[in-house]
Design a protein around this ligand. Structure first.
Ligand code: 13P
Length: 258
């Protein structure tokens, strides 16, 4: 299989820079030079410099949780893709349901950020997912297709492979409720089919992560599924030992899929 598993921690609005260093240090040390899977930590903007400074020769990667759609200029409060690149950031989470619902981000706006990332050689992690109401109304595929088509408009063919998709059912985020491996696989397969329609055969190389109450006790089953290529983890990423247990699950799953 050509897809490398990605275990990603979304720290959301947690940890001061001092606390972020305490969390990142054991993870960076443990990951060291393992190269079987990709391991990513996404701290807040304010913690990125301190965490980046710790990475050294470790293969651990740093991501951001947002980026401006603009390149530079009079955009008070914004952070550009080039500024993130300068801090060794290589991935950016975009379109998270918290940004869609609390900050009104639309598919069109998220798309501008996806394109800004690709332009600067940052890998976008585009989040998609349905609410419970949408699931109960039988609209899962319709909602996800709209988010994918809107978020991925005008993506240049030569950059498509660097895109990562995260399927995060809104009803599973921070609730302790996880999609069953079968439910998740069904949606992941639909996402891959839709990616083929939008981007072509490169979809076979695009990683699709599951997010929503992923933890050490449920990760093995989820990661064993053919179209689940990793996890985007919130709560469990804030505890170094839990996150490292998820990294181990990723390494095991990668070996089993090879
Ligand atoms: P939890 O793992 O806390 O459910 O959060 C998932 C998430 O939103 C990751 O982006």
């Amino acid at each position: 299989m050509s897809r490398k598993i990605l275990i990603a921690g979304n720290w959301k609005m947690n940890k001061t820079a001092t606390e972020a260093v305490e969390l990142a240090k054991p993870i960076i040390d443990a990951v060291a030079n393992q190269n079987d899977i990709d391991v990513l930590m996404c701290p807040t903007f304010t913690s990125i410099p301190a965490v980046s400074a710790l990475v050294g020769n470790s293969t651990a990667k740093i991501g951001a949780q947002n980026v401006s759609d603009k390149a530079s200029g009079a955009y008070t409060g914004e952070i550009s893709a080039a500024m993130l690149r300068d801090l060794q950031v290589s991935y950016v989470i975009l379109g998270h349901s918290e940004r869609r619902s609390y900050y009104g981000e639309t598919d069109a706006f998220i798309n501008k950020k996806v394109l800004a990332c690709l332009e600067s050689n940052l890998k976008p992690v585009l989040c998609v997912g349905e609410t419970l109401e949408e699931r109960e109304a039988g609209k899962v595929e319709e909602v996800i297709k709209t988010q994918l088509v809107g978020g991925l408009a005008d993506v240049p063919a030569d950059k498509a492979e660097s895109i990562v998709i995260a399927y995060e059912p809104v009803w599973a985020i921070g609730t302790g409720k996880t999609a069953t491996p079968e439910q998740a696989q069904e949606v992941h397969a639909f996402i891959r089919k839709t990616l083929t329609e939008i981007l072509g055969t490169v979809s076979a190389n695009i990683r699709i992560l599951y997010g929503g109450s992923m933890k050490p006790s449920n990760a093995d089953e989820l990661l064993a599924k053919p179209d689940i290529d990793g996890g985007l983890i919130g709560g469990a990423a804030l505890v170094a030992n839990d996150f490292l247990a998820l990294v181990n699950s990723g390494v095991k799953a990668q070996a089993a899929k090879a």
